[in-house]
Design a binder for this molecule. Structure first.
Ligand SMILES: [Zn+2]
Length: 59
């Protein structure tokens, strides 16, 4: 997901709680940033946070 789109998603989501069910890689100007974005709330998620979220989802 483009980081610009994530900014718009975050604004639309309005800071409500989210369990980040749809995480995708973040891109800026066509390059991966190494971080991830939640497709629901637009939060920027580090690889470490992503692992924690995945571990939680599978437990
Ligand atoms: Zn989320």
């Amino acid at each position: 997901m483009q980081s610009k789109k994530a900014v718009a998603l975050r604004a639309a989501w309005g800071g409500k709680p989210c369990d980040h069910p749809a995480i995708s890689k973040e891109y800026d100007l066509g390059k991966q940033t190494g971080d991830y974005i939640c497709g629901q709330c637009g939060k920027s998620i580090s690889p470490r946070e992503r692992k924690e979220i995945k571990d939680r989802a599978h437990s």
